[in-house]
Design a protein around this ligand. Sequence first.
Ligand SMILES: Cc1ncc(C[n+]2csc(CCOP(=O)(O)OP(=O)(O)O)c2C)c(N)n1
Ligand SMILES: [Mg+2]
Length: 585
Amino acid sequence: MNAPVSSTVSNSIRKLNGGQALAEMLKASGVGPMFGMGGFQLLPFYEAMRALGLRHFLINDERCGAFASDAYARVTNRPGVCDATLGPGATNLVTALIESLNAGMPQIAIVGDANREHAWKNMTQEARQVEILKPAVKELIRVEATKRIPELVRRAFAAATSGRPGPVVLDVPEDVCHGEHDFKPEDFALDPSTLSVPARRIRPDRADVARAAALIARAERPLLLVGGGIHLSAGQQALLGFAEAQSIPVAHTMSGKGGIACTHPLSVGLFGRYSRIANELIEASDCLVVVGCKLGEIATKRYALPPERIPLIHLDILAEEIGRCRAADVALWGDARAGLEDLAEALADETKRARAARADYIAEIPSRMTTWRDEAAARLDSAERPIHMARLCTELNKALPADSILVADGGFAGHWTGLLYDTKSPGRHFIPDRGLASIGYGLPGGIGAALAAATAPVVAITGDGGFNMMLGELETARRAGVGLTIVVVNNAASGYVKALQHAMFRGRYQSSDLVEMDYAAIARAMGCNGVRVEDPGRLGEALRAGLGERTRPTVLDVVVTRDPGRMLPAVDNRTVEIKQGDRVA
Ligand SMILES: Cc1ncc(C[n+]2csc(CCOP(=O)(O)OP(=O)(O)O)c2C)c(N)n1
Ligand SMILES: [Mg+2]
């Protein structure tokens, strides 16, 4: 231990307060940048972070801190760490923690709580925060003794990274954080296997693997349906190897984008609510292999996919997700990478035969994609003003290099890029907040991703509504000196709501318009770079200018269609017949 020894009992024993013990543990874990907003309860932790030289960023809303640490976790596969103070700080975390919970993202939130000497006497800011936060996280750990901090931080890492990862709250009462204890050096031990995901890999049952392999071997048109679990298990290479060896195309959810590169000839793009050719291939398939995917509402087009008649193999780390929305013919309970490796091994002798038998099948993919692209060309290459969303996606595809990361917010920003953005190399190069699909993730998620990615350029795309929610974090981005490019999809509307009101209520709009704003001017007034783009021909140079900024944020205010009949991706919903109770998208 490097810190000064203050104990008189033994040279190796140090008297530390709870905040110091927390910071020591986090330092030992190799923690990355942290995000939060202080308060009295956690001040010893703040002082200890300062003394130990840990990186910590003040954010302007605790929700943003947890969004930023969630994005940090997505880029690094290590738990993000955020903090909040008693009461309002704690309650502000809820939305972002549920994002991590639903998406299976590891993070640790350190939350100050009331001094136990005075709790329940109307202390300022006091709330029943343990009860409020509990259902928002995988595990809530109430820390009742200063001396137990190292042990419970160890537990927090283990819970955050094991099995299906998730967020953990360490609820630390003021007196525990300020209280002192004589710690021994060995108290601060950590299990290295719990510091990143996947913490430990479990393999599916051998007999189940054999049954799955037999189903796949018989199939003429097998198809892989891949979700975000592929990234959590770092299984991209195993997926590519398996898909190529067996000639099986790969469709992905929004979170699973990048399981294999979207530009790979076996990639058939997004499936579910929005699709290029993937949904047609699902319909025509005779064996579906679902990997690390919950088959939730969006992936299944509200449970209309996949058809019951098609045999389905479901590989997932969480046993109870298998069969939840659609019965599985073979359940493979295990880590995605381990399961794919086992399937590849079980089918190794089949490789030659499978490739020959499926040659025509996989040759269809690039030609079907070309046909789709030709049909969509008018939108993808549109020169119209205001700018077409498809054209914005085309320009992102052209401007962003293979190692870049695109963070996509919950509104149309995520829907359109989920469908049309192409990652150029395997990995989590596309980060949408599909756990809870909150708007507002884009900017703080972009900050977290930019601080996590050492050199890769990071672009965040967000709606104007989502950006309005988070404007204060532009100050954080500027202070942090991140060269983040923020693309604001400026449609002067809560567009998704407006589009549905257009389709379902024949243009009777209520509370779905925003005031026309110049977000580039706002960005400049906040000391950032700001460019307003109204001409699609200027998108490329504007994006390149943003990518060229390494130490200050750039806001590209992109003026896109204001026609609510043309806002939904790939659908002109004026042509869609909507009945009361239907949901088009
Ligand atoms: C916190 C939150 N509130 C409401 C919603 C429902 N919602 C989904 S998209 C959307 C419109 C958001 O507007 P904007 O960010 O401008 O995106 P646009 O749809 O216009 O692209 C809303 C309100 C949500 N997802 N999250
Ligand atoms: Mg909008």
